[in-house]
Design a protein around this ligand. Structure first.
Ligand SMILES: Cc1cc2nc3c(=O)[nH]c(=O)nc-3n(C[C@H](O)[C@H](O)[C@H](O)COP(=O)(O)OP(=O)(O)OC[C@H]3O[C@@H](n4cnc5c(N)ncnc54)[C@H](O)[C@@H]3O)c2cc1C
Length: 379
């Protein structure tokens, strides 16, 4: 058991934190306000290899492992959730291609997305369902050497960037969900305006419309009718990213509350003198430490996940615990700020808006608990 970071881990953590401090922090409020990530931020993140940290160099990645990915994502999540979530979804899509793709698919779709020149998406959710693969209505019909896809996907991250999208559709041969790699903005692909969501602003969500989209049969990801394992594996690894973004948010809430407690005075003394404030700061410290080690552990487990179901359980329990704790941490940080915590001039309002999204994304919290219970009770 080792609780100190290696030289390489410290280096990547510092690289991400330097970028955040110098380049991202000055634009964080603008990103939140405009719901748009400036192109120079995407380019800067790409130069630092942050879009493809865990993936093999052969396919354009930095081969730094999920342990380093977690450390970098925590730093980004602490400063601005939009770019962090954009990377997280990119890695979710790429993770599925990396695991299930043929060498040709990986060579074709991974390098540009690892460099941030393209961004990957992962499209499962539909207007009718976000949690149940049996209910998806997007259809893929085989016609000769290609499939024709029709349907609507809802709340799809990164859908407005060029790059590969892993799309789940029920195919007419197997009658089951199959994963396809669709090139965004191909003929028949169109998107809605971005949804005006409460948090993670800058990480855009769009609806995607597939109208007779022709996809070559060689773009089936994994097996025909084998969409379910692609979905469960992809989302499990996606939770490494979302947990790290939430962890960064908890750290930001903790630091903001501690700073405010020392700065705001009552009768000439900081409010940190009140025991009620001290208890809240202690709660934040405990939440951060518990979530930190759980998330770092998940990064290490992701490097060597031999049993997909066991990893899915670890990812589900980590994501649920960390995201739920982020909601509580943000609420505590708002409380420490009194009424100032309700004003948009203060960082904690943004953290509160961000935090509330975590339990809903990449599998709603209750479904995660069902995954955990299913593995625990059946082993
Ligand atoms: C910021 C953000 C980014 C997103 N990015 C993507 C993306 O890139 N790709 C993508 O495909 N989707 C994405 N989504 C969509 C998201 O993954 C889904 O919205 C989410 O999985 C929940 O689906 P739903 O909203 O349809 O809820 P539902 O599945 O309808 O669930 C609604 C409620 O019913 C409960 N429930 C559902 N089924 C059961 C059951 N069997 N037993 C008990 N309770 C149940 C849930 O716990 C929940 O409380 C994103 C969403 C957000 C907010």
């Amino acid at each position: 058991m080792e609780f100190t970071l290696s030289k390489e881990q410290l280096l990547i953590q510092k690289m991400a934190s330097d970028f955040c401090e110098k380049s991202l922090a000055p634009l964080a409020e603008q990103i939140d306000r405009d719901n748009q990530i400036p192109a120079e931020i995407i380019a800067g993140l790409g130069e630092l290899d942050l879009f493809g940290l865990p993936f093999k160099e052969e396919y354009g990645g930095a081969e730094a492992g999920y342990d380093c990915y977690v450390l970098a994502m925590e730093q980004l999540g602490k400063v601005s959730s939009g770019p962090a979530i954009t990377i997280s979804v990119n890695c979710l899509g790429l993770g599925a291609i990396d695991k299930f793709g043929t060498p040709e698919q990986k060579a074709k779709y991974m390098p540009k997305a690892c460099r941030g020149e393209h961004l990957a998406s992962f499209a499962f959710t539909e207007p009718g369902t976000g949690s149940d693969p049996k209910q998806i209505t997007t259809r893929a019909v085989k016609e000769g050497d290609h499939y024709v896809i029709n349907g609507t996907k809802r709340f799809i991250s990164n859908a407005d960037y060029l790059g590969p999208m892993v799309v789940f559709a029920t195919d007419d041969e197997s009658g089951k969900p199959t994963a396809f790699i669709v090139e965004k903005f191909c003929a028949g692909y169109s998107i809605s305006e971005p949804w005006h969501k409460i948090g993670y602003r800058g990480g855009n969500l769009l609806d995607v419309y597939f109208k007779d989209v022709k996809v070559p049969a060689e773009n089936v990801l994994g097996k025909v009718g084998g969409g379910f394992p692609v979905l469960t594996y992809g989302i499990a690894f996606g939770k490494v990213g979302i947990s790290s973004v939430a962890l960064g948010g908890i750290l930001a809430a903790f630091e903001a509350a501690a700073k405010y407690a020392k700065e705001k005075t009552h009768r000439g003394e900081p409010i940190a003198k009140f025991q009620a404030i001290q208890l809240r700061i202690a709660d934040l410290a405990m939440k951060y430490e518990a979530c930190r080690w759980l998330t770092y552990r998940l990064g290490c487990l992701a490097n060597d996940a031999k049993d997909p179901m066991l990893f899915a359980k670890e990812a589900a329990l980590t994501k649920t615990f960390v995201c739920d704790n982020y909601v509580e941490a943000a609420r505590i940080a708002v409380d420490v700020h009194g009424s100032y915590g309700l004003m948009n001039d203060y960082l904690v309002t943004r953290l509160y808006r961000d935090a509330i999204l975590g339990p809903q994304v990449e599998g709603v919290a209750d479904m995660q608990k069902m995954i955990v219970a299913g593995v625990v009770l059946n082993s």
